[in-house]
Ligand binder design. Sequence first.
Ligand SMILES: [Zn+2]
Length: 541
Amino acid sequence: MTFAPCLNRFLLLVVTLILAANLSPTACRAQHLPNPKHTDSLDRFFQIESWLPTPNAQRTASGVPGPAYWQQRADYDIDITLDDKTQRLSGISRIKYHNKSPHTLRYIWVQLDQNRFKPDSDSATTTTAPSLSPRISFRGLNSILARTVFEGGYKIESVTDEKQTALPHTIIKTMMRIDLPEPLKPGMSTGFEIRFSHNIINAKVIRARGGYEFFEEDENYIYEIAQWFPRVVSYTDYKGWQHKQFLGRGEFTLELGDYVVRITTPSDMVVAATGELQNTKEVLKPEWIKRLQEAESSKKPLFIVTPEEAKQNESEKSNKPKTWIYSAKNVRDFAFAASRKFIWDAMAVKVGNKTPLAMSYYPKEGNPLWEQYSTKAVAQTLKTYSKHTIDYPYPVAISVNAKSIGMEYPMICFNYGRCEDDGTYSERTKYGMIGVIIHEVGHNFFPMIINSDERQWTWMDEGLNTFVQFLTEKEFDRDYPSRRGSARNIRDYMGGDKTRISPIMTNSESIYQFGNNAYGKPATALNILRETVMGRELFDH
Ligand SMILES: [Zn+2]
């Protein structure tokens, strides 16, 4: 979690909710009184103070961090190679872990999210079987079959300390415990290295948060690579290790840190990633560098790689390797995308005293929609979110086109939205695409900067994000057909079967009606608070 020096009222409300909600549920509760307002949680005017945990030295009642607040940190230095022949990643991750807690640690937990695709994962063995009656679609059946034959999951080749001495480790499905040779005392740091590899999932067939898409026409791939390297589990004052198995829904909970990542791909691919490119002259053509410099002061999107150049790239099929070096500071994760097919455009956005670049990467199959709207939607998101929450602190914000994914990572996200083969598109496709871009870029604020525990609570990032998404859509286009945020859009859900409505404070894996509960309900409540209860002037103050 990071905190701006000056918090507006909305942000203060958010921080208060997050800090309070993360306190231990076993903390003291108010004394019960014989008044239904205090005892009957179904009473419409139930006093929720009795649910709130007692403030402590880490998390104060005012909503700001207490004098004893701490959070851990993990820095990564990674070399990764993408094999375009076998759709496989292999590499080495060097992790520096900083123990800022007042506790001595004897082991460190690491998340192995790719193990979700192994046949013995909790995700595979606990998923409800699909209904075969009255019939199942070909796509649905194909996906089930593909999961049974896909050789997913990590191959962990070694776990060592910085001197290459093997460290004892235990893998339990999507989690790995590394035992430290010496206890890690408060204030101390330790380094370790993990060599790993795994197959990349076919995102067209198996529903996932990243993967590859193959284009038969020109025999090229788009790779969108996420949750791909072993990542240190968060360790907090309210939870200890957040080593809950990854089932696929509760996204991730991670520490902030600095990253240097060297990504090796075939030399004719264009690579987009979290952070700033460090070796521009080695990997970009001189004309691309010149255009990128022009984009740094452009108020509208400029092509860095033009549609014609991308078409040319599609046919090259180089076998020579090229390494792109990216660096990112103070991020909780790292994702990237690579393809020969990418058209790339960028524009500058003025936010506070910074001018981040809004950028998009997309294949010709996304046009003309993408060159018209994607980067403009990214820019609008940075402006509106910065106005209502905190100034966007990162140097870039990237939207990458995917077939059917909508998923966020720091500075980069993957968004659906494609035209028909003849280049036409419906209003529904257009607004669906702009909406998902605003939503996923908006996640940079919640939970990438305001770092909440996604494995525990979904509403904290999805609900708050959906509320500001609604405000952004209205600023992008006053008649924007927003899916969520208006009271009328949630009427049927709120008036529906009460046994299928769970409180927003429900663990992310156990929520009924995920979208309405974690996205729609908090967004609508904040919207009513702003429009009806407080009024815009006071709410936005
Ligand atoms: Zn979301």
